[in-house]
Design a protein around this ligand. Structure first.
Ligand code: F6P
Length: 379
C-alpha cells in the first residue's frame, strides 16, 4: 500500500504578498489531487482562515478551476501582515495565535497542507508544522525571486515582463524629450527584477542593492553616452550613496521602501543639469495575467507538490533547478537568502554589454562575457 492511501483531504493556502501565477498553482494542485481521488480545500487569507471559528475553507474540484490558469492575484486572498506567533492586536500589543491555526487544520480534517509563499511565509508555516505535527509541503512564490534553493519562484517572470515593458515605453519618451528616465522597481532586498528587466529592456544604468554605486559614475556614464537621453532602472532597496535606506512614511507612522528614484533624479539634475523624470512601478508588478513561463512553473510546482504528499515527503519545498523540478528541505530554502551575487552570470552579461552597475562608469568597463570573446571578435 502506498503512502498516499492515508490521504483524503489536503488544504492549500497562499501567504505573503500576492503575485501572478498563484491561481495557476491552485488549479494544478486540484487537477493532480483529483487523479489520486483526494479532496482539495482552499484556505482563505493565508493562515487567518484556519484561525477563524469555524475554520474557513472553499472546496475545489476540477470543474471549479475554470479560468484559474490566467487569473491574476489569488482567489483565496492573502496577507503579509499578522505573523501568528506575534499576532497584532488593536491595542498595539501582540499575542501568539499559532495553536488556533494548528487546531483549525485538525478541525478541517486535513491530512496535509500546501503552503504557497516566500521566505517569510515558509518560515512561519514550517514553525507551525513543527509545533503542531502538520504535514506541510511548500511552493515558492515571490516576485523578488529571493527564496533560496530555487532558481525561480512563481511571479518573478511576470514582474520582469512588466518592468521590461515599462522600460520599453520609457525609452521612447526619454528619447523624445532628451531626458533621463528613472524606473524604480520592487524587489525588497534583492535586485533580480532590476537586473533582469534592465538587461531585457536595454537600460543604460542598472542599480541593485547588492552593488554599491557612486553618483559620479552614474553622471559620467550619462555624459559618455553617444545620445542625449538615458534610461535607469533602480531597485527600491538601493540606498543613498551614504548608505541610508529610503522609505516613505504615512501619517500613521507606517514605513515602506520607496523614493530612491526621486533621490537619484535630484542628484543627477544637480550634478549635470539633466532633465529627469521618475516612474515608480509599484504593485503593477504583482498584478495581472501571469506570463506563460509563470503558468508553466506554477503548474509544474502544483503537480510536484501533490506528488510529494503522495510520497509522504513533508517539510519539503518544490524547487526549480537545472531545468527541472526537484524538492529541497524547507529549512534549507529559508536559510539561504538568494540575493544577486557579484559573480552572477547576469552581472557579467550586464557589464559585457557596457551597462553601468554604478560601481564604475560604463565606458570604462569592457569585461568579455566569455574569455574567448575578444579572440572570436577579431577572428
Ligand atoms: O516581497 C514582495 C514585495 O512586492 C516587495 O517587492 C515589496 O517591497 C513588498 O512586497 C511590498 O509589500 P506591500 O504589498 O505590503 O506593499
Amino acid at each position: 500500500m502506498g503512502q498516499h492511501e492515508d490521504i483524503k483531504r489536503i488544504g492549500l493556502l497562499t501567504s505573503g504578498g500576492d503575485c501572478a501565477g498563484l491561481n495557476a498553482a491552485l488549479r494544478a494542485v486540484v487537477h493532480r489531487a483529483d487523479s489520486y481521488g483526494w479532496e482539495v480545500v482552499g484556505i482563505p487569507r493565508a493562515t487567518q482562515g484556519l484561525m477563524a471559528r469555524p475554520p474557513e475553507y472553499v472546496e475545489f474540484d476540477v470543474s471549479s478551476t475554470h479560468g484559474l490558469l490566467r487569473a491574476g492575484g489569488t482567489v483565496l486572498g492573502t496577507t503579509n501582515q499578522g505573523n501568528p506567533f506575534a499576532f497584532p492586536l488593536p491595542d498595539g500589543s501582540t499575542c501568539d495565535r499559532s495553536q488556533e491555526i494548528i487546531d483549525g487544520y485538525h478541525l478541517l480534517g486535513l491530512d496535509a497542507l500546501i503552503g504557497i509563499g516566500g521566505d517569510g511565509s515558509m518560515a512561519i508555516l514550517r514553525r507551525l508544522a513543527q509545533q503542531g505535527g502538520l504535514n506541510l509541503v511548500g511552493i515558492p512564490k515571490t516576485i523578488d525571486n529571493d527564496l533560496g534553493c530555487t532558481e525561480r519562484s512563481i511571479g518573478f517572470d511576470t514582474a520582469v515582463n512588466i518592468a521590461t515593458e515599462a522600460l520599453d515605453r520609457l525609452h521612447f519618451t526619454a528619447a523624445s524629450h532628451s531626458r533621463v528616465m528613472i524606473l524604480e522597481v520592487m524587489g525588497r532586498d534583492a535586485g533580480h527584477i532590476a537586473l533582469n528587466a534592465g538587461i531585457a529592456g536595454g537600460a543604460d544604468i542598472v542599480l541593485i542593492p547588492e552593488i554599491s554605486y557612486s553618483i559620479d559614475n552614474i553622471c559620467q556614464t550619462i555624459k559618455g553616452l553617444k545620445r542625449n537621453f538615458a534610461t535607469i532602472i533602480v531597485a527600491e532597496a538601493v540606498c543613498t550613496e551614504a548608505g541610508e535606506k529610503i522609505v516613505q512614511t504615512n501619517r500613521l507612522g507606517q514605513s515602506r521602501l520607496g523614493g530612491i528614484g526621486e533621490h537619484l533624479a535630484d542628484q543627477i539634475t544637480e550634478k549635470i543639469g539633466a532633465e529627469t523624470r521618475v516612474t515608480v512601478l509599484g504593485h503593477v508588478q504583482r498584478g495581472g495575467t501571469p506570463s506563460p513561463l509563470d503558468r508553466v512553473l506554477a503548474t509544474t510546482f502544483g503537480v510536484e507538490a501533490v506528488d510529494l504528499i503522495a510520497a509522504g515527503k513533508y517539510d519539503h519545498m518544490v524547487s526549480w533547478q537545472n531545468r527541472q523540478v526537484v524538492h529541497v528541505p524547507i529549512a534549507e530554502a529559508i536559510a539561504e537568502y538568494q540575493a544577486v551575487s557579484p559573480g552572477d552570470a547576469l552581472v557579467k552579461t550586464a557589464r559585457g554589454m557596457g551597462i553601468c552597475l554604478g560601481d564604475t562608469a560604463c565606458h570604462e568597463v569592457h569585461v568579455p562575457i566569455h574569455p574567448d570573446a575578444t579572440v572570436l571578435a577579431s577572428a
